[in-house]
Design a protein around this ligand. Structure first.
Ligand code: NAD
Length: 257
């Protein structure tokens, strides 16, 4: 079974990892639905560019993943969902006592609850089509903790738990559910932090990357969005038909420690 002609919905895919996964799936022939909470000309142009470049149908649908009804509406509006990639996510760094309640609520909603709502809406479509792949983009922080990231770590551990339950509820059907757990990936979000960190520590770009950012990543290299796209593609392949309810780390050895 190839992904050619399958419909893939990737949440939070107008940048970074979501965009990388969308590109790899489109390159392999899937119809892709891009998403974020904005509705700009650039968002729609991005879908158009991907569609033209890979000769596939590509659409952009605005939906705010912090809102349960919009999560479900995204799937309904797409009209089909063979591959669901729950990727939208945000971060906030603060100690538990200072952690703003609105940030806690937003991270839990966007990084975790959205995956519950989209999965609930997508499973009937996968069952009807007789095939499906749920791919949740968790994190090394779905398996390990770091201080000052309470909401993010809680949400990502929650996503790993939801992945296991989804897998058990679909175990006897041609549907799988897995979580990809990236370590550090050089997305625009991470790239933007480098200049300030260079100033803060009076370090070169190379030293910031190796000694600050990749301190916990033994390979001392970032994972790439193409590698994550390739991992998603593997999970869609026949070779991965019995891979379900598990996590795949793409973290340069972080969780081996
Ligand atoms: P990013 O900021 O480039 O991408 C996040 C995406 O989510 C963007 O498209 C953004 O528009 C979207 N988004 C944010 N709020 C949304 C909302 N309310 N509704 C819909 N979309 C929304 O960051 P990224 O690094 O590509 O992160 C993507 C995912 O990968 C996240 O779940 C993140 O936790 C996870 N992750 C990233 C890294 C890393 O090092 N970059 C590591 C592990 C896990």
């Amino acid at each position: 079974m190839s992904v050619t002609g399958k419909t893939a919905i990737i949440t939070g895919s107008n940048s970074g990892i979501g965009l990388g996964i969308a590109e790899e799936l489109a390159k392999a022939g899937a119809k892709v639905v891009l998403n974020s909470f904005t509705d700009s000309d650039e968002d729609h142009a991005l879908a158009e560019r991907i569609g033209k470049e890979h000769g596939v149908e590509a659409r952009y649908i605005k939906a705010d993943m912090s809102k349960p009804d919009e999560c479900r509406a995204l799937i309904e509006q797409a009209g089909a969902c063979d591959i669901l990639v729950n990727n939208a996510g945000i971060q906030h760094v603060a100690g538990i006592e200072e952690f703003p309640v609105d940030k806690w609520d937003a991270i839990i909603a966007i990084n975790m609850s959205s995956a519950f709502h989209t999965t609930a809406a997508a499973l009937p479509m996968m069952r009807k089509a007789g095939w499906g792949r749920v791919i949740n983009v968790a994190s090394a922080h779905g398996l390990r903790a770091s201080p000052f990231k309470s909401a993010y770590v809680a949400a990502k551990h929650g996503v790993v738990g939801l992945t296991k339950v989804t897998a058990l509820e679909t175990a006897q059907e041609p549907i799988t559910a897995n979580a990809i757990c990236p370590g550090y990936v050089l997305t625009p979000l991470v790239e933007a932090q480098i200049p300030d960190t260079m100033k803060e520590y009076d370090m070169s770009r190379e030293d910031v990357i190796k000694d600050v950012m990749l301190k916990r990543q033994p390979s001392k290299e970032f994972a790439t969005v193409e590698q994550l796209g390739g991992t998603a593609l593997y999970l869609c392949s026949d070779a991965a038909a019995q891979v379900t309810g598990t996590t795949i780390s793409v973290d340069g050895g972080w969780t081996a420690m």
